[in-house]
Design a protein around this ligand. Structure first.
Ligand SMILES: [Fe+2]
Length: 347
């Protein structure tokens, strides 16, 4: 075994000692912005990705997530595909289940918009669709999760962790229509527009939040927050149809029924849900990336948390959710001395 620093060893020992009945542990990272062009001058280095996987393995986490913006999207789609391929294979060094979600840099729409290395509109042909993104990044590993059978590469899936009785639901906020204008500009670029559409919303309302057993709790993983403007970049709005996501979660928490309609014609949605007979109803929190900082906010009745990035801060969180204490403990790790950034949140 390679030599382990005392810093990492103590971190891993503490992580392993936190594994108890009722406790879920996971490694929470985000925003790698991986990019092989220009000698990785912007994105996380391969060595950093390997270190994250090594930490996840030593900590024996239940799962690991990279919560969006895995690749940077500054260059053409060939490089975006290759970067995602290389990064995903590096991430396969993690032995725990890997739950990935798309961020606003991942669909390459930044390049297609003419504002990155390309200086004119590239059209939809330079967009990496969510289906292709998840096929490259996760592929048959998605078979280890419960997916939407009609959209197995859509980017929405969940996994149950029985020791803590927690269901982790991954959603994608890059669920967009790529509508081309005559000049090849797009009506929506993933770089600045986020949203949920009918198929994903219906799966959330009809499948992902359904329980035949009592005592389960739910957490979600998304890149952009669907509930907290405090976790948005200043001036941004919440993703399209966030009100439906929040409405469905509110019905889940209160064992109610409800019906919701999308307000935007490009994001049509009609969703009905009925949780009156559902057996579990605890919503724990929404975990996000995107804002590149450690924030928490309770808005619209939902606790939302974000973490720093791997690209600049070179740090990530080891999270332990204790169902019995109703506590979320986030321990910060970076390569050097441990920063004083641990968080303990009661939900
Ligand atoms: Fe982002």
């Amino acid at each position: 075994m390679d030599r382990i620093s005392n810093n990492l060893m103590d971190f891993a020992i503490a992580a392993r000692e936190s594994k108890k009945p009722g406790v879920l542990s996971f490694l929470w990272s985000a925003d790698t912005h991986f990019q092989t062009m220009d000698n990785n001058v912007w994105g996380s280095s391969p060595e950093m990705i390997e270190e994250v996987c090594r930490a996840a393995n030593l900590c024996d986490v239940d799962f690991m997530t990279v919560a969006g913006d895995l690749v940077n999207g500054y260059y053409d789609i060939t490089h975006q595909r290759r970067d995602l391929f290389i990064l995903s294979r590096l991430l396969e060094g993690c032995r725990a289940p890997l739950m990935l979600t798309m961020g606003n840099h991942d669909d390459n729409a930044w390049y297609s918009s003419g504002e990155a290395s390309r200086k004119d509109y590239g059209g939809a042909e330079h967009v990496l669709t969510k289906e292709n993104w998840y096929a490259i990044a996760m592929g048959s590993r998605l078979g280890g999760f419960v997916c939407d059978q009609e959209n197995p590469f859509g980017g929405w899936y969940y996994k149950d962790f029985p020791r803590a009785r927690i269901r982790v639901i991954a959603l994608t906020t890059t669920d967009l229509p790529y509508i081309e204008n005559p000049d090849k500009s797009l009506r929506y670029y993933g770089q600045w527009t986020y949203g949920f559409r009918q198929e994903q919303l219906r799966w959330l309302a009809e499948k992902a939040l359904r329980f035949d057993e009592e005592g389960w709790g739910v957490m979600t993983l998304t890149h952009v927050s669907y509930a907290a403007l405090a976790l948005a970049i200043p001036g941004e709005k919440l993703p399209y149809n966030s009100d439906i996501v929040m409405g469905v979660i509110d019905c889940f928490k209160n064992k109610k029924s409800g019906s919701f309609e999308g307000a935007s014609p490009d994001f049509p949605a009609e969703i009905s849900c009925d949780f009156t007979e559902n057996r579990s109803c605890e919503f724990i929190a929404s975990f996000n990336g995107h804002i590149h900082s450690d924030l928490q906010s309770e808005e619209n009745g939902i606790l939302s948390l974000s973490t720093e990035d791997l690209v600049g801060h070179r740090s990530f969180d080891l999270v332990a959710i204790d169902r019995n204490k109703r506590q979320i403990v986030c321990k910060k790790y970076c390569g050097g001395p441990r920063p004083e950034k641990d968080r303990c949140i009661t939900y």
